[in-house]
Design a protein. Structure first.
Length: 214
């Protein structure tokens, strides 16, 4: 059985944060880090770091720590980003435009290779080195370009249709930035990003703090 399949979801969700902190440590020319340092950089606790890393292999040396470069490579392999992933953006509005201009994606192994929109005024225009294509070309272009992940950044009312098209093209992973719940097949992985939901959760915590202060 694939060992990675047994990693808890909560651990998988923390691995990108560990990777980000390790890349920062590498940029600071730190050859070794221990669990306390990783926890301090990522805002967690050392025991949790050690437990999470134990799920992905016997790493590190007691009393010495982890080799930064080796740990970066190992986490990258677990996350499946060693070779990079080809990504398409559906929806070239403010969010889509911001994504194409974000240098952090290629630095983390994600290469945006196509962008789509249904606005005739945008189709054919340049988008950070790419040409905006019509959504009617999603099927053929995603297959031809080997796209593995689709980012949906459309208005809510257009999100399901966009999802249907990318799934029909064989894409099995979707990052949904649209404020809409997608109905897709069970073998398609969807991650929902909702700024308003996260802000409401933060508002809840602020309200709790206000109650404790009163």
């Amino acid at each position: 059985m694939d060992r990675n399949a047994q990693i808890p979801l909560a651990t998988i969700q923390r691995l990108p944060a560990y990777l980000r902190c390790l890349l920062q440590a590498q940029a600071q020319q730190m050859p070794l880090v221990n669990s306390n340092q990783i926890a301090e950089m990522c805002g967690g606790n050392a025991a949790q770091v050690r437990k999470d890393l134990s799920y992905i292999g016997e790493l590190g040396t007691r009393g010495i720590g982890y080799d930064v470069g080796d740990l970066i490579g190992h986490i990258s392999r677990v996350l499946g980003i060693v070779e990079g992933r080809r990504v398409a953006v559906v929806g070239y509005g403010r969010l889509g435009s911001a994504l194409l201009g974000y240098s952090g994606l290629p630095e983390r192994g994600f290469d945006i290779v196509a962008v789509f929109d249904n606005d005739a005024a945008k189709i054919g225009t340049s988008a950070d080195g790419l040409i905006v294509l019509g959504t009617d070309r999603i099927g053929s272009e995603l297959r031809d370009r080997g796209v593995e992940i689709a980012i949906i950044a459309t208005p809510a009312e257009a999100a399901q249709e966009a999802a249907n098209k990318v799934v029909a093209a064989g894409v099995k992973a979707i990052l949904n930035l649209a404020p809409a719940v997608l109905n897709v097949a069970a073998d398609v992985a969807v991650r929902q990003v909702s700024l308003s939901t996260d802000l409401q959760i933060l508002s809840f915590y602020l309200a709790q703090v206000g109650k404790s202060d009163s």
